[in-house]
Design a protein around this ligand. Structure first.
Ligand code: SAH
Ligand code: SF4
Length: 377
């Protein structure tokens, strides 16, 4: 089988080249062709020797997963559905903000109309963690994505967007917030993120690369040492009793341990805060009393709160909180001095909004079958 070069980080690519008698700069040169110019045909790599190009054609490929569907919403949000084999599909979503004619926003610049292009990337086909309000979780888990499949989403999105818009760097930010729990696919996600950060590949800064986790505490500590990037933590409840229900991994790593892990993470993180994500579910976790409790729960951590209006999907059993409830919840957090934003629902006309990424996954755990059986008894 041919080796997919999209799956090699710089270190691995350099040693792969060395094994073939090539200098390290060859790897860097080829990385720029692949990741920055979006080239997948070795013949076009004009500054690479003919001999080496022929060798490469015989044993290697540069290949993203096959696109099954490519949809753009009226608000510019674009979603790709990729085939990852054996009946499984995963999704990536591009969210543009500001004016594409403007220069990309400078690091730390205030929010203006400056262009920002964010790609939401998947890390697994399905997810094993069964959060009750998440459509990916409902599908069960099939497998971890390879590094080439994770990077392939960014590679494909970048070259398609460049071709469509003429922009040199259409993607300025990446969020590991698509399908799957990134920290449950630790090694592949770290390798893929190293490529995202690499100046010879995508050159995204650590502050503009965000990983979202449901709170796998030991893996948060490992991430802090291996590849600290901006961190978002899916909290969703102000106390253990409710979080146990909504985010079942809480039974293993309860809130107190999670908060301590956040404090440890911040010591080495590129940002001096953690973002807590909180999906607002009508009548479940959206009362003013729960907002007050949340203020106490997060008080040991330097944080920002991102409130996410629930994105419904068929059979979810939950409803989105009404606008006044969302505003009242936000006001309590504001008054307590917590920086709080309410996420705009982008791309919902193409089912590309947060938590709607369903793809299509063959559930190896046969969870769907189990649910059907449970519902019959
Ligand atoms: N597994 C990781 C990252 C993927 S989910 C995590 O859980 O953090 C990305 C975000 O979408 C998480 O905060 C998740 O809780 C949220 N989410 C899941 N389902 C949702 C839904 N139906 N509506 C809104 N947000 C949802
Ligand atoms: Fe998995 Fe995240 Fe969905 Fe929970 S919210 S089931 S961790 S993808």
């Amino acid at each position: 089988m041919s080796l997919n070069l999209l799956g090699l980080n710089r270190e691995q690519f350099q040693s792969w080249c060395a094994e073939r008698g090539e200098k390290p700069f060859r790897a860097r040169q080829m990385m720029r062709w692949m990741h920055q110019s979006g080239v997948n045909d070795f013949a076009l790599m004009s500054d690479v020797s003919r001999d080496f190009r022929e060798q490469l054609s015989a044993c290697a490929v540069i290949e993203a997963p096959t696109v099954l569907k490519d949809t753009t919403a009226p608000d510019g949000t674009r979603k790709w559905l990729f085939d990852v084999g054996t009946g499984n599909a995963i999704e990536a979503v591009y969210i543009p903000e500001g004016d594409a004619d403007d220069e990309p926003a400078a690091e730390g610049a205030p929010a203006t109309r400056r262009y920002r292009g964010t790609l939401c990337v998947s890390s697994q086909a399905g997810c094993a963690l069964e959060c009750s309000f998440c459509s990916t979780g409902r599908q069960g888990f099939n497998r971890n994505l390879t590094v080439a499949e994770i990077v392939g989403q960014l590679w494909h999105a970048s070259r398609s967007l460049s071709a469509a818009t003429g922009m040199e760097r259409p993607i300025t930010n990446v969020v590991m917030m698509g399908m799957g729990e990134p920290l449950a696919n630790f090694d592949n996600v770290v390798s893929a993120m190293q490529l995202m950060l690499d100046d010879h590949a995508y050159g995204i800064s650590r502050r503009r690369l965000t990983l979202s986790t449901s709170g796998i505490v030991p893996a948060m500590d490992r991430l802090r040492d291996a590849c600290p990037v901006a961190l978002a933590v899916s909290l969703h409840a102000p106390n253990d009793a409710l979080r146990d229900e909504l985010v079942p991994i809480n039974r293993k790593y309860p809130i107190k341990e999670l908060m301590a892990a956040c404090v440890r993470y911040i010591e080495k993180a590129p940002r001096d805060f953690v973002t807590f994500e909180y999906v607002l579910l009508a009548g479940i976790n959206d009362s003013v009393a729960q907002a007050r409790e949340l203020v106490q729960t997060v008080k040991s951590v330097s944080c920002k709160i991102n409130l996410i209006p629930f994105n419904p999907f068929p059979g979810s059993g939950y409803e989105r909180s009404a606008a006044p409830a969302i505003a009242a919840f936000r006001d309590v957090l504001h008054q307590a001095g917590l920086t709080t934003t309410v996420r705009k629902t982008r791309g919902d006309t193409i089912d590309a909004a947060c938590g709607q990424l369903a793809g299509q996954v063959r559930d190896k755990t046969r969870r769907v079958q189990r649910r059907l059986e449970e519902s019959r008894t």
